[in-house]
Design a protein around this ligand. Structure first.
Ligand SMILES: C[S@@+](CC[C@H](N)C(=O)[O-])C[C@H]1O[C@@H](n2cnc3c(N)ncnc32)[C@H](O)[C@@H]1O
Length: 396
């Protein structure tokens, strides 16, 4: 049922070095997987389940320790993480000068030579009193000066599509410099061909699925599936398809220390993960009123190598058939689509009718709970773009 493509870009010749390097150079590398607001707990559970070491709950993202292959594996396997980063260095920096000196002292040549471009982004806490872009500029200068002194050549900055993405986190006199292994953010799986009207980000859909408590065994239905993000992510999860398997190239594949040997190791890892794909998920179905949205869902599911059932049906026609199911959906909520009093009444009626089902609704409209005949057993605050949302979980 699942046939993930195995496309990958031609391998780049280059250095075959790949030993542990950042930090002390000896111990395990420290990785940090960034997450959307409210999804940290789900991401922690995901990374633990995937067998990463020393996973710890943290606001904004989850750290873990390991070797380079663990970082690559996180890029390939995390459904909820937005980016995977490695700590290149951490140092005290009370002012811009110390920020510059600390960044200049780091070993950049492992990752960045005259052949690579780079870009720096920064988040600076207000306690440091320096604007994000100014701090990013100081780190950029430090990198350029260090490499020019070492090699006589200054590396180029490429803002939109750099080979090496550097991220600075500077707070309370302490700077942490990361390299971003992901490249483009991980929600861009590569299977989405068609967007639909208000599609969920794949990473948010994956987080909602985990927070719903779904066991990946009972049938799942999204009666307002739009472009199909929830059902596609559900099927990929149930089948253990690595969400990064369609990626032509991750950020780390463009670094100077990623040579032919590393490319071979990565290919072996991809092969191993592909070998773990499981072909018999429970029944997963998407319905919607809108035929155009359903066509997008079909196209996206096919691109993900999935054969899923999508059919035009209004919510009010959804019936119980004696089997326990998970209904999970992201109904329209007025901020991006017109709020619909009648639809919310239909949702309330569905919760009454679907005895024995679990119903999970991701909504940005706080009014929705007023239409429900029962109280949710759990509420998870999340963000859909800039919109404050909640995932409401009902046991009907
Ligand atoms: C916010 S969108 C869902 C987006 C989807 N999660 C995605 O990622 O593409 C809400 C969907 O509900 C559908 N819808 C609205 N009222 C409906 C109804 N009464 N029955 C079935 N679908 C409905 C709309 O056509 C729209 O596709």
């Amino acid at each position: 049922m699942v046939t993930p493509n195995s496309k990958r870009a031609p391998q780049k010749p280059g250095s075959a070095r790949g030993g542990q390097k950042p930090g002390s150079g000896k111990g395990p590398l420290e990785f940090y997987v960034t997450s959307g607001p409210g999804t940290e707990g789900a991401l922690r559970d995901e990374l633990s389940e995937l067998g990463f070491r020393s996973v710890r709950l943290n606001r904004g993202g989850i750290p873990f320790f390991g070797g380079w292959e663990d970082g690559w594996r996180a890029c390939l396997q995390s459904r909820i993480g937005q980016r995977v980063m490695v700590v290149l260095g951490r140092y005290p920096a009370q002012d811009q000068d110390e920020l510059y000196q600390g960044a200049k002292a780091l070993d950049w040549s492992e990752y960045l030579t005259r052949d690579q471009t780079f870009a720096v982004a920064a988040f600076v806490h207000e306690s440091c009193g320096v604007a994000n872009n100014l701090a990013a500029l100081r780190v950029k200068d430090a990198i350029v000066d260090r490499l020019r002194e070492e090699t006589g050549v200054r590396p180029d900055v490429h803002r939109d599509d750099p080979d090496v993405r550097v991220f600075l986190y500077w707070t309370r006199g302490r700077a942490t410099v990361y390299l971003d292994l992901s490249g483009v953010p991980l929600f861009k799986r590569g299977y989405r061909q068609s967007g639909g009207e208000a599609p969920l980000k794949e990473t948010l859909a994956a987080a909602a699925l985990r927070l719903s408590g779904w066991d990946r065994k009972i049938p799942l239905v999204d009666p307002m599936c739009g472009s199909g993000t929830l059902v596609i992510e559900a099927a990929l999860w149930a089948c253990q398809v690595p969400p990064g398997i369609w990626r032509e190239r991750f950020g780390f594949e463009r670094w100077a220390n990623f040579g032919d040997k590393e490319a071979e190791r990565l290919e072996r890892l991809r092969g191993k993960l592909r070998g773990q794909v499981y072909g018999h998920p429970p029944r997963i179905t998407g319905f919607d009123l809108d035929e155009t949205a359903l066509e997008s869902a079909r196209v996206n599911a096919r691109a993900a190598g999935l054969r899923l059932s999508f059919r035009r049906m209004p919510l009010r026609e959804l019936q119980v058939d004696g089997q326990r199911r998970l209904l999970i959906s992201n109904p329209p909520y007025g901020v991006r689509l017109d709020a619909d009093h009648q639809l919310y009444q239909e949702l309330g009626a569905a919760v009454r009718r679907l005895q024995g089902w679990r119903v999970c609704l991701l909504t940005g409209n706080p009014q929705l709970t007023n239409y429900m005949p029962i109280r949710p057993i759990a509420e998870h605050p999340l963000k859909n773009g800039n919109i404050d949302c909640r995932l409401l979980v009902y046991e009907c």
